[in-house]
Design a protein around this ligand. Structure first.
Ligand SMILES: Nc1ncnc2c1ncn2[C@@H]1O[C@H](COP(=O)(O)OP(=O)(O)OP(=O)(O)O)[C@@H](O)[C@H]1O
Ligand SMILES: O=C(O)C1=C[C@@H](O)[C@@H](O)[C@H](O)C1
Ligand SMILES: [Mg+2]
Length: 172
């Protein structure tokens, strides 16, 4: 059974969209960030603080591969950086997955990330101007990896339901 993978920059809506999609198509949703937190019993913030980003990226790769190898059909919501490390982008192209990039503009990401940024260690301490500049550069650097997904859905100006409908159409 194919795994459905949702990917994209922090705040593009992976968790929100995957939760809704999961209810509609009745396939369980696993959030990779949550799975990592459960595995080591630490928040993502604490993992970055205590062990650093390199440790986090190794763990992220391990947990991603474990999920891909699990026997159940799953929707997997990746972390914002997952495709960009440890050759994880190669795993987006396999026959055993359907991968969907939720593509959001810099403005959409900035608006969505302005709420609750303290939980996202990469932007937690940035001012609004710094954050916008950071998102623009970071998104540019990451786009190559995100574009390795098999499908792309533009999420700007769409409601959660509209984006879910677009993904259901891809899966049909
Ligand atoms: N149309 C929309 N589609 C998806 N999310 C939306 C939409 N409008 C607003 N949001 C909000 O955007 C915010 C970011 O969404 P979410 O946390 O699902 O992103 P994410 O991609 O999982 O981020 P992260 O990579 O940090 O886990 C949430 O507060 C969500 O409610
Ligand atoms: O974009 C990123 O690199 C990250 C996104 C989050 O989902 C978490 O996986 C973590 O905060 C790193
Ligand atoms: Mg999320």
């Amino acid at each position: 059974m194919k795994k459905i993978i949702l990917l994209g920059y922090m705040g593009c809506g992976k968790s929100t969209i995957a939760n809704k999609l999961s209810k509609i198509i009745e396939i369980p949703f696993v959030d990779l960030d949550k799975k990592i937190e459960e595995k080591v019993n630490l928040s993502i913030n604490a993992i970055f603080e205590k062990h650093g980003e390199i440790y986090f990226r190794k763990l992220e790769h391990e947990v991603f591969v474990e999920l891909l190898n699990s026997p159940e059909q799953l929707i997997i919501g990746l972390g914002g950086g997952t495709p960009c490390y440890a050759n994880n982008h190669e795993l987006l192209k396999g026959d055993n997955v359907v991968s969907v990039y939720l593509k959001a503009s810099i403005d959409t990401l900035f608006n969505r990330l302005s709420y609750g940024k303290s939980k996202r260690p990469l932007i937690a301490n940035k001012s609004d101007a710094e954050m916008k500049e950071f998102i623009a550069k970071h998104l540019f650097d990451r786009s190559f990896y995100y574009n390795q997904a098999q499908y792309k859905v533009i999420v700007d100006d769409k409601t959660i339901d509209q984006t879910v409908v677009d993904i259901v159409a891809i899966l049909a």
